[in-house]
Design a protein around this ligand. Sequence first.
Ligand code: KIV
Length: 279
Amino acid sequence: MSRISIHKLRELKARGQRFAMVTAYDYPSARLVEQAGIPVILVGDSLGSVILGYESTVPVTMDDIVYHTRAVVRGTERAIIVADMPFMSYQANADDAVRNAGRLLQEGGATAVKLEGGSHIAPLVHRMVESGIPVMGHLGLTPQSVNQFGGHKVQGKTPAAAARLINDARALEAAGAFAVVLETIPAPLARMVSERLSVPTIGIGAGPHCDAQVQVFHDMLGIYDDRRPLRHAKRYAVLGETIREAMRAYIQEVESGAFPTMEHAFEMDESTMAELAHA
Ligand code: KIV
């Protein structure tokens, strides 16, 4: 079975058909997500917080992303797999950036890479695309720059910042990006960007007018109760509590002797038992 082509996403936009993207970081989550019919999976550097327990995405390394991308690729057959380029894997110089992006395809098995930034990284995006590496852009409240933004604040609110973001989106499209994530920007601005680009915009906290949406697996499934989902995350399930309840039931049954019963155990031949009686 072959994977969905990145060109299909532009066709979906042209037909006005929205699509859903979600993060996944390992084999079981990738399998579940694909079985549900998600066409694009992001191995996000959000794995820093939801999988590795870091405070931010900053400590995530290339090796972390390669490792998790390989597991996600093994769990899927059809989905486009986009691997995030972690902090400092593309900022220092263009040669390292292209080599690192290449690693995500060659070692990780990803279909494409995602990197954060606008006009200033457009030449790099162009170089990657020319090297045969499909690139997804990422604008707005880009998590790797959260320290520079002074926290999780809505971006693009002033006329100058909004105009800059529109120009950034155009520069990424002109450089060959096949889609652009818009994170935590006002909905009317996301609408303007979506109307001006021919490649799909993928929103997270960017309102209902984007061509697609992306959510973080653990936030939408309610895995954590102490990681307060941001306003843009919608909980579709509360699996954290379901898992805790199952664990409490297991503990109780082990402690009381209710589990296991012979239903979960294996019998032994009478003759073997008889022999062992004299052992
Ligand atoms: O790492 C991630 O999960 C992301 C999404 C928030 C778009 O970049």
